[in-house]
Design a protein around this ligand. Structure first.
Ligand code: F6R
Length: 607
């Protein structure tokens, strides 16, 4: 959700800022811009739309400055136009921002009353003016920022550049991520370590409320109370080639195909295959004392949480509550002592999930976090960190992070059940054996891509699509609908198969394809009854099941997709593959932008 980057150097920065923006573009692609200082003046290049447009502008009008800031935007306040593109600047100060300044209207009115002229509709421009006003009055840049930050409400990661101090940048962080990087005689700011990877792996993570003065010699960090502090310099562990599509046409395709490898990589940290046991990264964490689990997440991560609820209730027999983070945080639920709050997030930076985490902490809960970015804010605030080792996920639609979350959650639910005496060692060995088969089963599922591509041809013509499933396949149905909506813009709904007759069955006619996820297992017969109800009303069924399921219920379906037969525990991981590939190939038929669908961005750091 907006990416920012800044470089202080003795050498030209334009190319390197642009490369960093390319690695941040997944965070937003409504517009992009770069500013640097040339001949004693702030110079900007900005363009609406994707980064490629900014590339064209820079090709015609290059920048030669040796200090610069850059931005890729996901619009919140103001349309995605060039005049709303960051950096926002006065003659003295230029600013890039990720987040929302919630009190910008008050500040803007105040500034306008003092005669300041605004050229954009953004919330960000007030920051440039507030700092500029002070600098123009002779206040030093550092003092101007120090005085301005407490006036800003909301969330921000900022990089600020000053005309009169071309060898310095100031960064600030509150509620949005910001990373410092250190090179040879130069220093960097960025929204994440991935952006800085081609520049350096030596980085520091800023804490909430930190602000930093960056020069070529290094960084001076101050905390929220303006005390000078030291933040550890660590190896980011991110390689500079990770943002590469390889031989795949899209990141999403690459990430779908990486699933066997990254799920295996993830499971390796949890499963002791030879012993037939599961160990969590903090073995001494007291799971036996957990009396209630509250799961909170957004989007795809929320659907992974819904699947985990079935597992925790079935295996560990512990009550589970689940909510969208955006609802949970404002419900401000009271929570009993002895509870475990479990947060699931690919990025570890989603604003609503992070706020929910802090609410749960305030309610005395132990905090467990399933997260893909080990250096993220959520990871750092967890009592029990449960990493998914999916590697960077660049495609905006989440795929491999989802299946890795499921792998971790299955291991976690099993461990919880064992700690609570609801599973014995033999039960755990049984789960370990099946989980260990997941990578091979995912690989087998990917082998059906041609079949799925053919089905996608017919899906592309639909205006509405329904996805149905029962049990753990119900959240999977919602995930299937979300994937389709996100990247094809076809309206889709995921429903619990048994709920159809309570209303949605009225939607059924021959124009509405219905994707039914019904692997063999205890709920198969029930789902097939619902399938027949749809068929009897002329519905066009696309059945996703295993060989036995297709044999039993495939007759009369418009299309069938055969998945490998697996244990019900790992079926949601395996059946994630066809719903991801269905969305992907339907998007290809429709010609939509798979990796950067309209209106979306990854890492939602605004509410
Ligand atoms: C959908 C998708 C989103 C995210 C959601 C939460 O494909 O990617 O729904 O799952 O924005 O993001 P994280 O997991 O980073 O908290």
């Amino acid at each position: 959700m907006c990416g920012i980057v800044g470089i202080v150097s003795g050498l030209p920065v334009e190319d390197r800022l642009f490369t960093a923006l390319r690695r941040l573009e997944y965070r937003g692609y409504d517009s992009a811009g770069i500013a640097s200082i040339e001949d004693g003046a702030i110079v900007r290049r900005r363009a609406e739309g994707k980064l490629i447009n900014l590339g064209r502008v820079l090709a015609e009008h290059p920048l030669n400055g040796t200090t610069g800031i850059a931005h890729t935007r996901w619009a919140t306040h103001g349309a995605p136009t060039t005049s709303n593109a960051h950096p926002h600047a006065t003659g003295e100060v230029a600013v890039v921002h990720n987040g929302i300044i919630e009190n910008f209207k008050v500040l803007r009115d105040e500034l306008m009353a003092r005669g300041r002229h605004f050229e954009s509709e953004t919330d960000t421009e007030v920051v440039a003016h507030l700092i500029s006003e002070l600098v123009e009055d002779g206040v030093s840049p550092v003092d101007a920022v120090r005085q301005t930050l407490p006036r800003l409400r909301g969330a921000f990661a900022l990089a600020i550049m000053f005309r009169r101090q071309p060898d310095m940048l100031i960064g600030a962080r509150q509620g949005s991520p910001l990373v410092l990087g250190f090179g040879e005689n130069e220093a960097y700011l960025g929204s994440d370590a991935l952006a800085l990877a081609p520049l350096t792996r030596r980085i520091s993570y800023l804490e909430e409320g930190d602000w930093v003065v960056l020069t070529r010699a290094g960084a001076q960090v101050h905390d929220v109370a303006n005390q000078q502090v030291t933040r550890a310099v660590v190896d980011s562990g991110v390689s500079s080639d990770t943002a590469d599509k390889g031989n795949h046409p899209h990141f999403m395709h690459k990430e779908i195909h990486e699933q066997p490898v990254v799920v295996a990589q993830t499971l390796r940290s949890y499963l002791r295959r030879l012993e037939g046991t599961i160990s969590l990264p903090i073995p001494e964490f007291d799971l036996a004392g957990v009396k209630r689990v509250t799961i909170v997440a957004c989007g795809t991560s929320y659907y992974a949480g819904m699947i985990a609820r079935y597992w925790i209730e079935q295996f560990a027999e512990i009550p589970v509550d689940i909510d969208f983070a955006s609802e949970f945080r404002y419900r401000e639920p009271r929570m009993e002592n002895g509870g475990l709050a479990l947060f699931i997030s690919q990025s570890g930076e989603t604003a609503d999930t992070l706020a929910a985490l802090r609410h749960a902490r305030g309610e005395g809960q132990k905090i467990a976090v399933v997260v893909n970015v080990p250096s993220s804010t959520m990871a750092r605030e967890a009592d029990l960190l449960l990493p998914t080792n999916a590697g960077p996920e660049i495609g905006v639609a989440s795929t491999k992070a989802f299946t890795c979350q499921l792998a971790v959650l299955a291991a976690f639910a099993t461990n919880l059940a064992f700690a609570n005496g609801r599973m014995n060692a033999a039960d755990v060995r049984h789960v370990v054996r099946h989980l260990a088969e997941a990578p091979a089963a995912l690989n087998a599922a990917l082998g059906y891509e041609d079949e799925i591509r053919t089905v996608a041809q017919s899906l592309a013509e639909a205006r509405d699509v329904l996805f149905l499933g029962r049990g753990a396949d119900y959240p999977l149905a919602m995930e299937g609908a979300l994937k389709l909506k996100e990247i094809t813009y076809i309206h889709a709904e995921g429903y619990a198969a048994g709920e159809m007759k309570h209303g949605p069955i009225a939607l059924i006619d021959e124009d509405v394809p219905v994707v039914v996820i019904a692997p063999s297992g205890p709920l198969f017969e029930k789902t097939v009854s619902n399938l027949h109800e749809v068929q009897a009303r002329g519905g066009r069924i696309i059945l996703i099941s295993d060989y036995d399921g297709i044999e039993a219920a495939g007759a009369g379906c418009h299309a069938t997709i055969t998945m490998p037969k697996v244990h019900p525990l790992i079926a949601p991981l395996v059946n994630a593959v066809p719903i991801q590939l269905l969305a992907y190939h339907t998007a290809l038929v429709k010609g939509t932008d798979v990796d950067q669908p309209r209106n979306l961005a990854k890492s939602v750091t605004v509410e």
